[in-house]
Design a protein around this ligand. Sequence first.
Ligand SMILES: [Zn+2]
Ligand SMILES: [Zn+2]
Length: 129
Amino acid sequence: MPFSPKKPCAYPGCGVLVDRKHAYCAKHERERNAGVNANRQSTDKFYNTQRWKKLRAFYRRQHPLCEECLKEGRVNPSIIVDHIKPIKEGGSPLAWDNLQALCWSCHSTKSLNDRHRRGRGESKVQRSQ
Ligand SMILES: [Zn+2]
Ligand SMILES: [Zn+2]
């Protein structure tokens, strides 16, 4: 049997000895993973809540047409309800005035612009008109 050195779990105050390749004991490793997953899934969870589904349905009933297309004089049915300021950027998930009804085309354009904007570090949408 080769000698395998052990070191204490990296969780403050834990002190359980673990194999060198693990930074945490089994219990704290599990807790850490659970925390990371909870963060990642919190937005997904929101989109599954009844509150959001009701708000979205109600908003679409009021805005059956894509709002971006209407601004350009086009008439397209809205497919999705989008957050003007994304939740992950601190936008309010249930605020009526943070919502807009979009068609797929406008939604994918907006997602692209958002990524572009963040890349250049600008905070406002540039409009050519
Ligand atoms: Zn531990
Ligand atoms: Zn549109």
